[in-house]
Ligand binder design. Sequence first.
Ligand code: ATP
Ligand code: 5RP
Length: 402
Amino acid sequence: MAVSTVYTIQSLNSTYSISSPKSHIGFTQKHILLYTTPKRNYTKKTTQISCSTEKPVIIGLAADSGCGKSTFMRRLTSVFGGAAEPPKGGNPDSNTLISDTTTVICLDDYHSLDRTGRKEKGVTALDPKANDFDLMYEQVKAIKDGIAVEKPIYNHVSGLLDPPELIKPPKIFVIEGLHPMYDARVRDLLDFSIYLDISNEVKFAWKIQRDMAERGHSLESIKASIEARKPDFDAYIDPQKQYADAVIEVLPTQLIPDDNEGKVLRVRLIMKEGVKNFNPVYLFDEGSTISWIPCGRKLTCSYPGIKLSYGPDTYFGHEVSVLEMDGQFDRLDELIYVESHLSNISTKFYGEVTQQMLKHSDFPGSNNGTGLFQTIIGLKIRDLYEQIIASRAAAPLEATKA
Ligand SMILES: Nc1ncnc2c1ncn2[C@@H]1O[C@H](COP(=O)(O)OP(=O)(O)OP(=O)(O)O)[C@@H](O)[C@H]1O
Ligand SMILES: O=C(CO)[C@H](O)[C@H](O)COP(=O)(O)O
């Protein structure tokens, strides 16, 4: 049944409602989309705002919980410079991170059921039934159109849905979480999408490391939580990788026979061909199939060494280029040797990848392909953003020529 939506809008002087589903397209930068019906229990705010006239570029990052999304986001925002911080003076449990250029929101904020509600209904947070995709779509669309929104907050500490926070359109708007590519309407709003595909073995090792060491969970409870989430992960989260423009796949190493420690990783960067404003990275020679062991005079490698590979492939029926790194660096400064053999990495100066990696050498994954490929994708997103801005600036010029 089609439900007609009522948009409640706040302009500088008044708050009013309209019911045409498409009429919000005409809103100006001075409007805030407060909510649409059926609405949640929001308190209306009367903040006056002034927003940039530049419409944001929208990036989606999907992964299961504990798979490195926050670490990736810290690498991405660092590429643009400046620190990313929660909204000033807002909810201390906000999941949002704002820097000069980027705003990163966590899609957990669109949980429609709180922790108790999920327990009562017997659904996990991964189940679409526990999430409000209509609101997610409306608000991401509003941001894309340059309109500020009052986004809900899911409080991970209390497990409750907190009052909303004001999100203004930034230059780059990143939606990270479990479902950025699940709903086709939201997916279509993305200018670029990434999926972090962490194999079960590695996910387990990371979860144990974090949840046992940092959160005091028992091994049994971690195993039980992974098992409980698995059917919904397989049904609703994992299938999103087919839509991603880039996938970072993290697997156990192949350099150590029957390795079960999970410390050395084989990481594959799967890049879709033909994506607008995105040229896949390559090693030595674009389109060739390459296998390279760089260890020797210019790269120090202790056991089991490092192996890089590159070549064309297909992924869910799409043509892709795959860059792979198995193993880890002993000395991060020597990464410059590998970097100098990679092309299309969208750096602004020689050695920028190595510089970024050295700057965040304390982040997890800094000595292996996870950190390397996350950094490269960060640079590719900067490049994509700059291309989009340049083509928008050129568009009126082209029109006057025609
Ligand atoms: N590249 C990596 N190499 C090794 N461990 C990693 C890597 N990335 C993440 N981890 C481990 O996984 C944990 C979770 O990482 P992070 O907080 O970035 O994930 P997340 O997806 O944002 O998690 P959540 O959604 O639960 O907040 C880290 O504390 C770390 O132990
Ligand atoms: O999968 C998750 C996304 O990060 C969380 O488990 C989900 O948001 C539920 O949160 P909580 O653990 O607070 O009940």
